[in-house]
Design a protein around this ligand. Structure first.
Ligand code: GLY
Length: 368
């Protein structure tokens, strides 16, 4: 469905809302007056680059008239439940103790509500638990053992999420991290490689998500707007591989890993969560869109903000640009969308039918 939103229409709606006469009901003052002509397609689903199947599933559900949040959660459940995907849910890479700890958040635009879980263990689909936090508690975020107990109370099975494949990667990392401990790598890997001497995740398909010490921030973010203009989003992850137990990233923090405002749009993130957490960047992206920016420009402006705030030499290349990866994905109520990273990357779009990749906007070339 194609949707046009004219400047005149928005100005009129803003004036009507400001006078409190919109829809015959008393309305709050309009939050912003956009000055740009919007043009996009609805329904629309977008996601991080690992969401081809997720976007397709979510689109099918939107076309069947299902709720926006149910649609994106069903989409990311495909990745969460896939034991071969080592970035999210079951099969995710573990923390430094070899335990898989998951983070997730959801936001439902029409009800202006959200929920999240952090550092939850033993539950394959943390996004579903995040929705239960939203629907069945007076809280927004539940963490650790409390989150697992809450999930069990709602009938979720506690299972071992560490697949053999993920355990072997973790063991390779542990055995090659230092030449001054008692963990020896298998002889065929060439003896002690030292930290960074052997890539323990060499066959992971996440080239744009690695940092200097071969650690991975694997995550899926998926956002949608339906034909009526209702918006929802979800972010779910196993977080940073080999992290300190209890580390919580940006994914379960509303405003950082995900933010939805049903009047404006949705934004979410993958990549180095610490950089996102310091500036609440999904909230910032939505606020830029509220001011009238196109989603792509909003994402790119956020990348500029993070780059300017990255001053620790540990996180910089020789040329002074960030040495890590961070992605933002955003859509607005009109069905426009965009993504951005520091360097070339891609994301997934579905406007009905098959999902496709699109290039993200970026600040620097890959070799820069
Ligand atoms: N963005 C995922 C994480 O940092 O945990």
């Amino acid at each position: 469905m194609s949707f046009r939103w004219s400047r005149r229409g928005i100005l009129q709606a803003g004036a009507a809302a400001g006078l409190g006469i919109l829809g015959g009901k008393r309305a709050l003052a309009a939050p912003a007056v956009h000055v740009r002509r919007f043009q996009g397609n609805r329904p629309l689903v977008i996601s991080s680059g690992n969401g081809l199947a997720a976007c397709a599933r979510a689109m099918e559900m939107l076309q069947a008239g299902e709720d926006t949040l149910d649609a994106v959660i069903a989409g990311v459940n495909i990745v969460e439940e896939d034991p071969d995907d080592m970035s999210v849910g079951y099969g995710g890479l573990p923390n430094e103790a070899g335990v898989v700890q998951l983070d997730s958040s959801v936001m439902h635009g029409p009800s202006r509500n959200g929920g999240a879980v952090a550092a939850i263990e033993g539950i394959k689909t943390p996004s579903k638990v995040a929705k239960l936090v939203m629907d069945r508690t007076d809280h927004v975020l539940i963490v650790g053992q409390g989150a697992q107990d809450f999930a069990e109370a709602h009938g979720f099975q506690v299972e071992n999420l560490l697949t053999d494949r993920a355990r072997e990667r973790w063991l390779r990392w542990k055995e090659t991290m230092s030449d001054r401990d008692d963990w020896l790598p298998a002889p065929q890997t060439g003896g002690r490689g030292g930290r960074g001497g052997l890539d323990p995740t060499a066959d992971l398909d996440a080239a744009d998500e690695f940092d200097a010490f071969f650690r991975y921030h694997g995550t899926i973010n998926c956002n949608c707007v339906d034909a009526a203009g209702d918006i929802s989003g979800v972010t779910t992850t196993s977080g940073l591989s080999w992290k300190i137990p209890g580390r919580v990233g940006d994914s379960p923090i509303l405003g950082a890993g995900l933010y939805v405002d049903n009047d404006v749009g949705a934004a979410g993130s993958t990549g180095r969560g610490e950089a996102n957490l310091l500036d609440c960047c999904s909230f910032l992206t939505v606020e830029f869109m509220r001011q009238g920016m196109h989603p792509k420009d909003a994402c790119l402006e956020v990348m500029r903000r993070v780059a300017a705030k990255t001053v620790d030499p540990r996180l910089l290349r020789k040329d002074g640009t960030p040495n890590f990866s961070l992605n933002f994905y955003a859509l607005n109520k009109a069905g426009e969308y965009g993504g951005a990273n520091f360097r070339p990357s891609r994301f997934v779009v579905n406007e009905g039918g098959e999902s496709r990749y699109e290039d993200s906007a970026y600040l620097w070339e890959r070799d820069q």
